[in-house]
Write a protein of this length. Structure first.
Length: 424
C-alpha cells in the first residue's frame, strides 16, 4: 500500500510546479495523487481568500463613500421623518456587510447560503425603505445613497459565494438601478450625466468583481485540468490511469483484509459463504479491471481524466498505437488536441481521434520501420478560428495534411517509428 504524499518544501533545484508534482504522485500511487489534489485545492482556496480580502477592502471603501454621502446630506438637508428611515436603511446595510464579513471569517471564507440569503433580504429592505422616502422625487437615483451601500456589500461578498449566485444578485440590483433611471428620465430636470455616474459607481464594482472571480475560477480549473492531462505523458505504452489505480487500491485493501484475517486466525478455513462471496467478487472485479484496461494508453487516460477533454473528445485506438509515440510526439499531439478543444471551448467543438491501422515498411530483409495515421476530425470550429500553434505542434508528431468540409475539418498526421516498439 502507498502512503499519502507528504507535504514538504521543494528541494534545491527541484521544479515545484503542478505538473512535476502530479508526475511524481502518479509514480508513488493513487493515494498520493488524491493527497496532491487535496493540496492543490487548498492552494486554490488560498487564492480565492486573497481575492476575497481585496474585495472586502474595496467594498468597505465604497461603503464608507456612500455612508459619508448620507451623513453630509442628513446634516445639510432639512430635518424630517425621512432621515429616520434612511438611518434604518443604513443600519440594515451595516448589519449585512459586517455580519457577512465576520461569518465569512468564521466559515473559512465561504458563508452559508442561509447567511447570503439573509444578507440579500437586508439589502432589499434598505433599498425599499429609501424608495419609500424618494416617492415623488424627480430623480430618485440622485437622492439615493443606499445604492452605494448595496453595491459595496455585494462587492465584499464576491469571494464568499459562487460567482453564479452573485451575478444573479447583481442582475436584480441592475434591474432596480435601471428602474430608478427610467423613473427619473421622464422628469423635466433629468440630468443624464450625474444619474449614469451614480448608477455606474454603484453597479459596476460588484459586477466586475463577480466576473473577475468567475474568470479566476475558470482559469484555475483549466490550468489544473491541463496539468492533470500532461502528467500522463510519461506513462508506459499500456498503463492504468488514476481512476483505475484507485479501484486497484480499493481491491487490494479488501483482499488484504481477508488475507490478514486468515493469517491471524480470525477467519476460519474454509471461509464462510459471505466471506467467500466477497473474495469471489474481488477476484471478478480485478479480472474485469485488468481486461478492460489492457489496451489503454496514456492518451486514453489523458482524455478520460480531463473535465475539459472528456466530454467532447472521442478516441478510437484499438491497438494502443498512441503508446508508441515518443515523449516529443506525445507532447505535440496533446498540445494540438488541447488547442483544438480547450482554446475553442466557447464554440463547443467536438473532436474525434482515430489512430491506425499501422503499416510496416521493410528495409532489406528486416522490417524495422512502421507508420500509422492519426486522424483528428474537429466539428464546430471554422478553419480561421483554429489556433495557429496547432500546426507547429503537429509538426512534432509527423507529416500532416488537412481536409476541410462544410462544418468540419480532418487533419491526418502520419507517424513513423521503429517497428520493434510495436511489440514492446
Amino acid at each position: 500500500m502507498t502512503d499519502p504524499l507528504p507535504h514538504r518544501d521543494p528541494l534545491p533545484g527541484e521544479d515545484p510546479n503542478v505538473l512535476s508534482r502530479l508526475v511524481r504522485a502518479r509514480h508513488i500511487g493513487p493515494r498520493a495523487v488524491s493527497a496532491l489534489h487535496d493540496d492543490l485545492a487548498g492552494d486554490t482556496r488560498l487564492g480565492y481568500g486573497y481575492l476575497g480580502i481585496a474585495a472586502i477592502v474595496l467594498g468597505s471603501c465604497l461603503f464608507l463613500r456612500g455612508l459619508i454621502t448620507f451623513v453630509i446630506d442628513a446634516i445639510t438637508g432639512p430635518a424630517d421623518e425621512s432621515v429616520a428611515l434612511r438611518v434604518i436603511a443604513w443600519a440594515l446595510l451595516s448589519v449585512a456587510l459586517l455580519g457577512s464579513c465576520l461569518l465569512s471569517r468564521r466559515f473559512h471564507g465561504r458563508i452559508p447560503a442561509v447567511v447570503f440569503a439573509a444578507g440579500t433580504v437586508l439589502m432589499a429592505l434598505s433599498l425599499l425603505l429609501e424608495t419609500i422616502v424618494n416617492v415623488g422625487a424627480s430623480q430618485p437615483i440622485l437622492h439615493s445613497s443606499t445604492v452605494f451601500g448595496v453595491g459595496a456589500t455585494l462587492l465584499a461578498l464576491v469571494g464568499s459565494r459562487p460567482a453564479g449566485q452573485l451575478l444573479v444578485a447583481d442582475g436584480v440590483f441592475a434591474v432596480i438601478i435601471v428602474a430608478m433611471l427610467v423613473a427619473g428620465a421622464f422628469s423635466e430636470s433629468f440630468s443624464p450625466g450625474p444619474s449614469v455616474q451614480v448608477a455606474a459607481t454603484a453597479l459596476l464594482p460588484p459586477l466586475l468583481g463577480a466576473l473577475i472571480i468567475r474568470g479566476f475560477g475558470a482559469l484555475v480549473q483549466l490550468e489544473m485540468d491541463r496539468s492533470v492531462v500532461e502528467s500522463a505523458l510519461l506513462s508506459p505504452r499500456f498503463a492504468f490511469g488514476m481512476r483505475a489505480s484507485d479501484d486497484l487500491a480499493r481491491l487490494d485493501l479488501e483482499a488484504e483484509r481477508i488475507l490478514d484475517g486468515v493469517a491471524r486466525g480470525t477467519m476460519d478455513l474454509p471461509l464462510d459463504a459471505e466471506v467467500a462471496a466477497s473474495a469471489s467478487s474481488i477476484a471478478t472485479e480485478l479480472r474485469l479491471l485488468l481486461v478492460a484496461g489492457r489496451n489503454d494508453t496514456w492518451l486514453h487516460h489523458a482524455i478520460e481524466e480531463s473535465e475539459v477533454l472528456g466530454p467532447v473528445v472521442t478516441l478510437t485506438d484499438p491497438r494502443g498505437l498512441a503508446g508508441l509515440l515518443d515523449p516529443s510526439q506525445r507532447e505535440g499531439l496533446l498540445s494540438a488536441i488541447w488547442l483544438l478543444v480547450a482554446d475553442s471551448f466557447r464554440l463547443q467543438p467536438t473532436l474525434q481521434i482515430v489512430i491506425g491501422p499501422q503499416t510496416v515498411e521493410e528495409v532489406g530483409d528486416a522490417a524495422d520501420k512502421m507508420s500509422f495515421p492519426v486522424a483528428l476530425t474537429v466539428d464546430g470550429v471554422p478553419r480561421r478560428r483554429i489556433d495557429p500553434a496547432v500546426w507547429p505542434a503537429l509538426d512534432r508528431v509527423g507529416e500532416h495534411v488537412e481536409m476541410a468540409t462544410r462544418g468540419s475539418m480532418t487533419i491526418v498526421t502520419t507517424v513513423r517509428t521503429v517497428a520493434q516498439n510495436a511489440t514492446a
